[in-house]
Structure formats: structure tokens, C-alpha cells
Design a protein around this ligand. Structure first.
Ligand code: UD1
Length: 428
């Protein structure tokens, strides 16, 4: 098995450029299904989730040419299937993003039902309820969702119970060819939603209001293929800025929009981290102690749940106590118990984590519980005393391209190793 091994205490500073956003690239790839022909996506991260979405598209009949690792030329003219199998949905829940595009193109889709995952139940009831309002009929059998729109998709007002990112995206895509106008009320406002709306509009769709809680989609008969660059990854940027703040830095992060991290950067500043904002970049450094700051995760523009673990890592060595509240996902505190193994003092009470700062973390053998938790354990390893070995790093590979190389370039003593399972158990 592959592990990451880090020796803590080495000075960290320098510059990294983030890739295109994972959470945008996956949906943009799904959206290419709606414009028959070759759509070119640039600034696509070379990560395992993108490879999985590539497999989904190929299963449906698309061909994909990869140019210079970050450009995908996706030809969807021969797509003639509408079924997404369980083995791919089980690997990556975002595979369900093809539901909307397949309904728009074929008026039907068969998608395996995603089961629970490590960060909670992650239901798709809001996707289903919204699509039903647009005239889609559903049958659930043998672990699959059979969706069809025998009378076409008809625009209406859909009010979401919760500003779900995935439901907003599926509804936006499914309604692109709808009769009349669709309004998504209480829509998610994430920058990745705006990126998807921009792609759809470049393809000829009429989407207005993306980035606000009210999105209006006026049906058009056809979309055409285009070339589009994926928005920079604000979550990868937040991870490296947190690393600058934890270690003292300075760490300069390029290739994203600081405005997409409004509240994150404000909370980092309240913790005592200096943030210098620039055009498509920011720099994080710190001279004084880290201060405790309460955080609660919320849909954008609230504090992102995808930065909760990195923030908790910072707070675990802050000078005092604070509370981190997770409002978006259940079970997203698995990282805390791993960090406790490294000497942190975090107690979980329901969806609150009470974090008492400790002066020093101590290197240990830990397991990446999920994507962001895995990255946050590597962060912790950079300042911990001695060696930290992280297993289950396939989680990190899902969303961070060249994570080890980027940390090495900042001065970290870090390596990726393949070790037999029994060696890992024997080591200290
Ligand atoms: C996306 C992101 C993920 C991010 C999350 C919240 C991708 C690939 N993933 O996930 O990184 O953490 O947004 O910013 O883009 N819910 C329901 N019913 C539904 C849909 C959602 O109850 O039909 C619940 C979920 O269980 C979860 C919460 O709503 O508790 C948020 O989910 P959602 O915003 O849909 O997140 P995802 O699109 O799955």
C-alpha cells in the first residue's frame, strides 16, 4: 500500500499554483454530454476523480483525448447509452452529475443509487423532488434509478429545501432544453455553480442568476460544443494557505480568486495569520501565536465544509479553546480522532467539535479518513514532532494533484512510499 511519510519541523515557504477545481471539472465534464461534438476543457486537474468521470463518459460512448495532462477533448457525438453502473457511482458519488445531462439529451437516464459514504448519508432526494417537478418520472429498482421524461421536461419553479450543490447542478442541466422557464429557488451559490452556468451559456444555453439564490433557465433547443477553462480550485488554495499559516510560511498561492475564499481568509486572519491578497493569488504567513476562533460550516458564501479539517488542524495548536460546528455533512469529524492520535485535544459532541489547543503535535501513524481530512493530516505532520505516516492516501489522490511534490517544493521533508501492509503495522 502507498503511504505518505513526513518528518515534521522543516521550514516551509515558497510558491505553489493550484489546479482547476475538482468540483467544477467533474460537472463540466458531465455537461459536455449535452453538446454533441468535441468540447475542450482546459485547466482540468489530473486527479483520480477526474479519471473516474472520464470512465463514466466513456461508458456512455464518449471518446476523450488528453493533451498535456490538463486539457481534455471530449467527443460526445457517438454517445448512445444512458446508463451509469454501480461500480463507478460507488467509487465517486459525483457520477450522479450525469443524471441531468442525460435527461436533457435523451429524455431518460439510468444511474446507480449512491449508497452512504464516509461523510454521511448524502441523500439525493432533493435532486429527485426537483426533477419530478420538471416532469421527470422515477422508478427505483435493483439499486438503480430509472428516470424518464415521456412528456418532455417543462419549466417551473423549484424551491430547494437546502441549497444543495449537486441538486442545483442537476436541475440546471436537466432544464437547459425545457419548455418554458425553470426557476431554481434557494439555489446553491458556489463559484463552481457559476463556472457550470458560464459553460452552459457559452454552449448556447440561457442561464441567468447563477451565484445568487435564484437561477433562471430559459429552455433552448440545442447546445453546441465550446472550449472552456476550469475555474481555479479555491479548496486546494485554502489548503496551501492554511499550510502557510500553520508553519509560518510565507506561502504564496496562485491560480485562484481570493474573493472565492472571503470568509475563509477572514477566519484565518482572526486566527493571527497574515493574508496578502493579489490578483488571482494570495500569500499566507504568520509571526505570532495562532488564536482560537469559532467556525461553523455553511453553504457558500459561508465557511466551506471542505476546509473544516484544515481549519481544525490550525485550531488544534492555537493558544486556547474554540468550537467548530459542522452543519453541512454528518460524520465529518473522523479526522479529529486521527488528529487526537497526534496529541490534539478535540472532543466531539454531536455536530460540534470542542478544540482545546495544545502546544505541540506529535508524529504518529494515522489513516486518511477522507479527502480533506487526509490533506489536513499531512498539514499536521509538517509541524509535528518526529515522523508521521499517513495510510489510505487514495483519498488524497482523489482531489489533490501532485500533493507530495508541491509540499516538497515548499521545503517539506515528505515522501510517498509503497510499503507492504505488515511493515506499516510494525513501524513506530
Ligand atoms: C458538493 C461537493 C463537496 C462539498 C459539498 C458542499 C462535489 C463533487 N462535491 O457535494 O465537495 O463538500 O458540495 O459544499 O461538488 N442533501 C440531501 N439531499 C439531497 C442533496 C443533498 O439531504 O438531495 C444533503 C447532503 O446529504 C449533505 C448536504 O445536503 O448533508 C450538502 O450536500 P450537497 O450540497 O448536495 O453536496 P454535494 O453536491 O454532494
Amino acid at each position: 500500500m502507498d503511504v505518505i511519510r513526513i518528518e515534521g519541523g522543516h521550514p516551509i515557504s515558497g510558491e505553489v499554483t493550484v489546479e482547476g477545481a475538482k468540483n467544477s471539472a467533474l460537472k463540466l465534464m458531465a455537461a459536455t454530454l449535452m453538446a454533441s461534438g468535441t468540447t475542450t476543457l482546459t485547466n482540468v486537474p489530473n486527479i483520480s476523480d477526474v479519471h473516474t468521470m472520464g470512465k463514466v463518459l466513456k461508458r456512455l460512448g464518449a471518446t476523450i483525448e488528453v493533451v498535456n495532462k490538463h486539457e481534455l477533448r471530449i467527443d460526445t457525438s457517438s454517445v448512445d447509452r444512458w446508463e451509469t453502473p454501480y461500480e463507478l457511482v460507488a467509487k465517486m458519488r459525483a457520477s450522479t452529475a450525469v443524471l441531468g445531462p442525460l435527461l436533457a439529451r435523451f429524455g431518460r437516464a439510468v444511474v446507480a443509487m449512491p449508497g452512504g459514504c464516509q461523510i454521511g448519508a448524502r441523500k439525493i432526494d432533493l435532486h429527485i423532488l426537483g426533477l419530478e417537478a420538471l416532469g421527470v418520472q422515477f422508478e427505483f429498482k435493483h439499486g438503480y434509478i430509472y428516470a424518464s421524461a415521456p412528456n418532455g421536461i417543462t419549466g417551473t419553479v423549484v424551491t430547494l429545501d437546502f441549497a444543495s450543490v449537486g441538486a442545483t447542478e442537476n436541475l440546471m442541466m436537466a432544464s437547459v432544453h425545457a419548455k418554458g422557464t425553470t426557476v431554481i429557488d434557494n439555489a446553491a451559490r458556489e463559484p463552481e455553480i457559476v463556472d457550470l452556468a458560464n459553460l452552459l451559456n457559452e454552449m448556447g444555453a440561457h442561464v441567468r442568476g447563477a451565484g445568487s439564490p435564484l437561477i433562471e433557465i430559459e429552455g433552448v433547443p440545442e447546445l453546441h460544443p465550446v472550449t472552456h477553462s476550469v475555474v481555479g480550485d479555491r479548496i486546494e488554495a485554502a489548503t496551501f494557505l492554511a499550510i502557510g499559516g500553520l508553519t509560518g510560511g510565507p506561502v504564496r498561492v496562485r491560480g485562484f480568486e481570493p474573493i472565492h475564499l472571503g470568509l475563509v481568509l477572514k477566519k484565518f486572519e482572526l486566527m493571527g495569520i497574515e493574508i496578502e491578497r493579489g490578483a488571482h493569488e494570495a500569500t499566507a504567513s504568520r509571526k505570532g501565536p495562532l488564536r482560537p476562533v469559532d467556525i461553523q460550516t455553511l453553504p457558500y458564501p459561508g465557511f466551506p465544509t471542505d476546509v473544516q479539517a484544515q481549519a481544525m488542524c490550525l485550531l488544534s495548536v492555537a493558544d486556547g479553546s474554540c468550537i467548530v460546528t459542522e452543519n453541512v455533512f454528518e460524520n465529518r469529524f473522523m479526522f479529529a480522532s486521527e488528529l487526537d492520535r497526534m496529541g490534539a485535544d478535540i472532543t466531539i459532541e454531536g455536530h460540534h467539535a470542542i478544540v482545546h489547543g495544545v502546544p505541540q503535535l506529535s508524529g504518529a501513524q494515522v489513516k486518511a479518513p477522507d479527502l480533506r481530512g487526509g490533506a489536513a493530516l499531512a498539514m499536521a505532520g509538517l509541524v509535528a514532532d518526529g515522523h508521521t505516516t499517513i495510510s489510505d492516501i487514495h483519498h488524497i489522490d482523489r482531489g489533490y494533484e501532485g500533493f507530495v511534490e508541491k509540499l516538497k517544493s515548499l521545503g517539506a521533508s515528505i515522501e510517498r512510499l509503497t510499503v507492504p501492509d505488515e511493515d506499516l503495522l510494525d513501524s513506530e
